[in-house]
Design a protein around this ligand. Structure first.
Ligand SMILES: NC(=O)C1=CN([C@@H]2O[C@H](COP(=O)(O)OP(=O)(O)OC[C@H]3O[C@@H](n4cnc5c(N)ncnc54)[C@H](OP(=O)(O)O)[C@@H]3O)[C@@H](O)[C@H]2O)C=CC1
Ligand SMILES: O=C(O)C1=N[C@H](C(=O)O)C[C@H](O)C1
Length: 241
């Protein structure tokens, strides 16, 4: 690891031209503890250098300068390439890309033996707390129906959302067997409702993200923390504080 507390952490943003990538570029430029040294997208943007940051197409990833940690918010087909680059360079890897194949989850696990790796379906603090509430509710409401309903913008490609599946995992830990429903409409940033229902009553636990900055802040914070960690597989709660 090449960074320490007296230097700025060097970040490569993968998926930089996307909705999340643009939020990361904007917020990353404002951090006193980090510098975005490279931006990568599938194709090339109109300008090769934007606000002082060099941009690279995915096909020229290996030309990227030295970095300490990559933050990836792309699509499943883009993840393998940037993970391989992190392994080559000994850099940490933070990813929020959802819809990964089981084999890709296995690759993250294998990579974590050599570099610090953090993948999370949702980088907001609220969803981290919601997971714990869902597990507790499922545990104390045996036999109640558990339904997870998620709503997102029309451009989202995967369903159910990664967050819905993660919340479903918490419900299962509490003993429930969740069902899933997905809605794609307008520009909804991300909403998740976990409903527990039985005859005559129901409980709804709801998280609404109203902008992407909550995710971008969480990912940047995680990246700065992860850059100085030992190899391993980390969760958001491991780098909160
Ligand atoms: N974990 C979390 O907290 C959150 C996760 N997400 C997830 O992040 C991901 C991105 O979401 P969003 O920003 O809305 O998506 P966008 O479609 O807006 O952006 C995708 C970005 O990835 C790039 N990209 C696509 N394919 C490749 C590839 N093969 N190689 C390299 N780069 C590629 C695109 O480049 P180009 O423009 O050139 O096509 C673009 O820059 C999704 O999986 C989404 O579910 C989203 C929000 C929060
Ligand atoms: O694609 C999105 O936009 C989001 N994806 C994540 C998911 O699949 O859970 C997180 C957030 O809800 C926004």
């Amino acid at each position: 690891m090449t960074s320490n507390s007296s230097t700025r952490v060097r970040i490569l943003v993968h998926g930089a031209t996307g909705r999340m990538g643009q939020a990361l570029m904007r917020l990353g430029a404002q951090r006193p503890d980090a510098t975005i040294v490279a931006a990568v997208s599938r194709g090339m943007p109109a300008q090769r250098v934007v606000d002082g940051v060099p941009h690279f197409a995915a096909s020229e990833l290996h030309g990227a300068p030295a970095f300490d940690v990559a933050i990836d918010f792309s699509l499943p087909q883009g993840v393998d390439g940037v993970l391989a680059l992190c392994l080559e360079r000994g850099a940490a890897f933070v990813s929020g890309t959802t819809g990964l194949e089981d084999g890709q989850r296995g690759s993250l696990q294998a990579a974590s033996e050599r570099i610090p790796v953090l993948w999370a379906s949702n980088f907001s603090l609220g969803v981290a707390v919601l997971g714990e509430l869902v597990e507790r509710a499922a545990a104390v409401l045996p036999g109640w129906d558990c339904d997870i309903v998620e709503a997102h913008h029309v451009h989202k490609q995967d369903a159910p959302s990664g967050t819905a599946l993660t919340l479903g995992g918490f419900a299962e830990l509490g003993g429930a067997q969740p069902r899933y429903a997905s809605l794609r409409a307008g520009d909804i940033v991300g909403e998740h409702t976990v409903q527990f229902a039985t005859a005559g009553e129901r409980i709804e636990l709801i998280h609404r993200a109203t902008n992407r900055e909550v995710f971008a802040h969480g990912a940047l914070h995680a990246a700065v923390r992860l850059a100085s960690r030992r190899p391993g597989l980390y969760r958001v709660r491991d780098v909160i504080s």
